[in-house]
Design a binder for this molecule. Structure first.
Ligand SMILES: [Zn+2]
Length: 332
């Protein structure tokens, strides 16, 4: 299971620009990317943000068997404060608008709510505005509104200030979490908040930094993310934070179909191979709310991946996919 994908973008060095491609192109590509993901062994995926609610439509098509795709839980469109996150998110300015945005996503058919805390985009910050306008109070409103409706809420946080807010807010999952500090991790344990580290993001960035010869400042940022992420994940493992695997394929430079890489990075941060597998199966299922999936047991749905080597000995064995089974049917 991959708890953090965006099938509306292919990833790559200019991933954000791909979200604003013409809608027909995004839609067709999403179908293709979901199939790529399935063939790489992802039988369930959480799509945590797409323009125009494309992920909701894709999840429905997958459920109806119209396309070959993982079982998808879709967040619909990201919700963010005006002027901060991507412009094609659903944007709000105050609490009332935020509540309405959440209701609109639920009415549109979202399976969960995704909010993005972020600093202001360049030149968008009004005078005297706080660094992170989607603050503690507004996030509490979002958590309350989502939970009241029986929905889980995932929160994007990839800078120290956002991480501090998200870790203490009681969200169901904190996405990315670069620069999480000890007291944040403690709060996450207490709040039973999952960390979805998405380390594939900086890993892919550093690949493109070399392959496409990125400018120095951009490469430096990727290196800072790597450092911040490794420190946080290593400390999170030690602190006993619940961790679920997510790649951010499409939403960062990471491409789809490479879930094995994320598991390898988790092991590099000190996780036992067994625990990396749990992060990608039963823990992911618990976070997503898939009680009939995530473990191999009588009576559960038979989503299975057959490998050519033992991943408990070498986590890289996840790359050696022989076959994929979805609900007992061979689809690989
Ligand atoms: Zn993402």
């Amino acid at each position: 299971m991959d708890c953090h994908v965006h099938y509306s973008s292919p990833g790559g060095p200019e991933w954000i620009a791909r979200f604003t491609d013409p809608l027909p192109e995004i839609s067709m590509r999403a179908v293709e990317l979901a199939e790529t993901s399935l063939r790489s062994g992802v039988t369930t995926a959480r799509d945590v943000g797409a323009p125009e609610g494309i992920s909701i439509r894709l999840a429905r098509a997958a459920r109806a068997g119209e396309v070959r795709a993982p079982n998808i839980r879709a967040a619909g469109t990201w919700i963010a404060h005006r002027g901060t996150y991507v412009s094609f998110a659903r944007l709000f300015k105050e609490a009332g608008e935020l509540r309405n945005a959440i209701k609109t996503e639920i009415e549109a058919g979202a399976d969960l709510i995704k909010v993005a805390l972020a600093g202001w985009n360049e030149g968008a910050r009004p005078q005297d505005a706080p660094d992170i306008p989607f603050d503690k109070k507004l996030l509490a409103v979002a958590v309350e509104e989502a939970h009241k409706a029986g929905f889980k809420i995932a929160c994007h946080a990839n800078d120290a200030a956002s991480c501090r807010i998200a870790a203490h807010a009681g969200v169901d999952s904190l996405e990315h979490g670069m620069f999480l500090e000890a007291q944040d991790l403690e709060a996450m344990v207490k709040n039973k908040t999952y960390l979805v580290p998405t380390m594939s993001v900086w890993d892919a960035m550093l690949y493109y930094a070399r392959a496409v010869d990125w400018p120095e400042a951009r490469r430096k940022r990727a290196e800072d993310l790597r450092q911040g992420s490794r420190v946080a994940v290593t400390a999170g493992i030690k602190a006993g934070v619940k961790i679920a695997l997510g790649t951010d394929a499409g939403g960062g430079a990471a491409r789809h179909g490479r879930i094995a890489r994320e598991a390898e990075l988790m092991v590099e941060c000190g996780m036992e191979p067994r625990d990396a597998l749990i992060a990608a199966t039963s823990s992911a299922a618990a976070l997503i709310g898939e009680s009939e999936r995530g473990t191999i047991e009588a009576g559960k749905i038979a989503d299975l991946v057959l490998l050519d080597a033992n991943p408990l000995e070498n986590i890289g064995a996840l790359r050696l996919i022989v076959d994929v089974f979805q609900e007992g049917r061979r689809v690989g």
